[in-house]
Ligand binder design. Structure first.
Ligand SMILES: Nc1ncnc2c1ncn2[C@@H]1O[C@H](COP(=O)(O)OP(=O)(O)O)[C@@H](O)[C@H]1O
Ligand SMILES: [Mg+2]
Length: 488
């Protein structure tokens, strides 16, 4: 055989993948070597058995074993939320850690039927574990459980004070005109462009809800001028202004007070505050008495500095009437102002508002949503929870609150209209409604920014189980761990 022909043949042998067995001469000839004969004696001594110890190999050969591997998460920072139901990998759900790479916002919405584990998830992933991660958590606790707010056991267990609001003046107070809330929401030394609602916007929103109509320009002018006057007057006497001062200023202004509006209107301007003044007086005397009409209680004033968990227990406030909404919006505005004023000292803060529609509605809801838009500037992540989204009409404030979240945690829903509505709201793949309706307790579909949604199984430690058990009141049997926590 000519030499060139031999070369071509040997190359083909290799290229066509035939094993190069036997001697080089055999390979060159392109013939296959015979299988070696199995010898009986060697067989008896186990010569042909697989070797128990490993044999050296290369990564190139090992590729064949790599049949179906999952793409692993690269994120390692943030708070663990449970296991990926499909891959059993640990999943992190953390608004602050996801920001930038996965989301462009830090607000979280949790949706699901009652009893599916929403509160347990929030209490662990957004409260307890976040505190461990060094973040501050403020809870507006609406749901009563055994006569107090349902976060009381967590606050007690962590040694945080529960700040209870009650109508009638026996509870805590958060002054609507608290000096920590600046008149216009701006703060010297604060972040540029981060201006939460101020006292004026807050009072106008409360008045709009109370009067059942928008204030006209004359009324707004009277309220603005009156607010400036009572603030100066109170500061002169070393105390904080309250809404009763403003009501009396509007109802009974000094004859010289109209001068701000020019000689043509100075007399008539004294009348412009009549209706807002009457409405404020009514609120101070009745619906809001003892809640937002007196100087802020020291417990509230110092709350952010005394404990990383701030528990505002508003569970005793009536849901009909303005009290609950006003207190929640005032607390939210107070918090946003406090955070805006300390721009040089960053502290990631989480605000938990379950039963989100209480803060969504009305003019106070507009304030709440406007404050929500400043979340990134304030490093304030708001976590709100809802059930039965289909009951919220299209275009309703609760719906805009739901739609604005960057992280969505969807627990089980038994009603088909709720599930379908949720799928539409978050543009989930068709058919996801069936998944939502089949989710068990503690299971959720999680969507973080534009990432593909994944199924999450929430995992709680025994300590967390004890603190998040809400069945005790119904079953009459405390969780086996509850006793350990309460008795220790
Ligand atoms: N991951 C879970 N596994 C098992 N039970 C859970 C889980 N999460 C919550 N639960 C239980 O379900 C009950 C209702 O949970 P809860 O968080 O109060 O629901 P929701 O806030 O949705 O009404 C609680 O008693 C809680 O202990
Ligand atoms: Mg709940």
């Amino acid at each position: 055989m000519p030499r060139a022909e031999q070369k071509r043949l040997s190359r083909n042998v290799i290229e066509f993948g035939q094993p190069m067995t036997g001697s080089p001469a055999e390979a060159r000839r392109g013939t296959r070597r015979q299988m070696p004969r199995r010898r009986r004696l060697l067989d008896r001594h186990g010569w042909y058995e697989p070797r128990p110890e490993g044999a050296w190999t290369t990564t190139r050969q090992a590729e064949a074993w790599n049949l179906a591997t999952n793409r692993r998460r690269t994120r390692t920072d943030g708070v663990l939320a449970g296991l990926n139901t499909i891959s059993q990998e640990a999943e992190i759900v953390d608004a602050f850690a996801s920001y930038g790479a996965e989301t462009s916002g830090i607000n979280i919405v949790v949706i699901g039927d009652i009893g599916r584990g929403k509160s347990s998830w929030i209490k662990t992933v957004c409260v307890l574990r976040q505190l461990v991660a060094g973040r501050q958590v403020v809870v507006l606790d609406k749901k009563p459980q055994a006569g107090v707010g349902e976060y009381t056991s967590i606050a007690t267990s962590l040694g945080a004070q529960s700040i209870r609001f009650r109508t009638g003046g026996t509870g805590a107070r958060l002054n609507l005109l608290d000096p920590a809330i600046s008149t216009g929401g701006d703060h010297t030394g604060g972040l540029e462009g981060v201006v939460p609602a101020g006292q004026e916007a807050l009072v106008l929103a409360v008045l709009t809800d109370a009067m059942g109509r928008r204030l006209d320009e004359r009324e707004k002018a009277a309220v603005g001028a009156g607010l400036a006057k009572v603030t100066v007057a109170a500061r002169g006497t070393g105390r904080d202004p309250v809404i009763r001062d403003l009501a009396m200023q509007l109802l009974d202004p000094d004859p010289a007070d109209g001068a701000d509006f020019g000689p043509r209107w100075s007399t008539r301007a004294l009348e412009w505050g009549l209706e807002p003044g009457l409405a404020l007086l009514r609120l101070a005397d009745r619906d809001l008495r003892g809640l937002v009409d007196a100087p802020t209680s020291p417990a509230v004033r110092d709350a952010l500095d005394t404990h990383p968990l701030v528990h505002f227990d508003v569970s005793a406030l009536p849901t009909d009437g303005p009290a609950l909404r006003v207190v929640m919006t005032a607390a939210n505005t107070w918090l946003a102002n406090r955070l805006a004023a300390r721009s040089s000292r960053y502290q990631q803060t989480i605000l938990v508002v379950e039963e989100g529609w209480h803060v969504a509605a009305g003019s106070t809801g507009e304030i709440f949503r406007a404050n929500l838009k400043l979340s990134r500037g304030l490093a304030l992540s708001t976590v709100s929870a809802f059930h039965h989204p289909a009951d919220q009409p299209a275009g309703s404030p609760a719906r805009s609150l739901m739609a604005e979240a960057s992280i969505v945690v969807l627990f089980g829903q038994s009603r088909a209209d709720d599930a379908l509505d949720t799928v539409r709201l978050y543009r989930l793949p068709e058919g996801t409604e069936d998944t939502l309706m089949r989710l068990g307790r503690g299971q959720a579909l999680v969507k973080i920014g534009s990432r593909d949604p994944f199924l999450l199984t929430h995992i709680r430690s025994p300590y967390e189980i004890a603190l998040t058990d809400t069945d005790a009141a119904i079953t009459g049997v405390a969780s086996p761990h509850t006793q350990e926590v309460t008795s220790s």
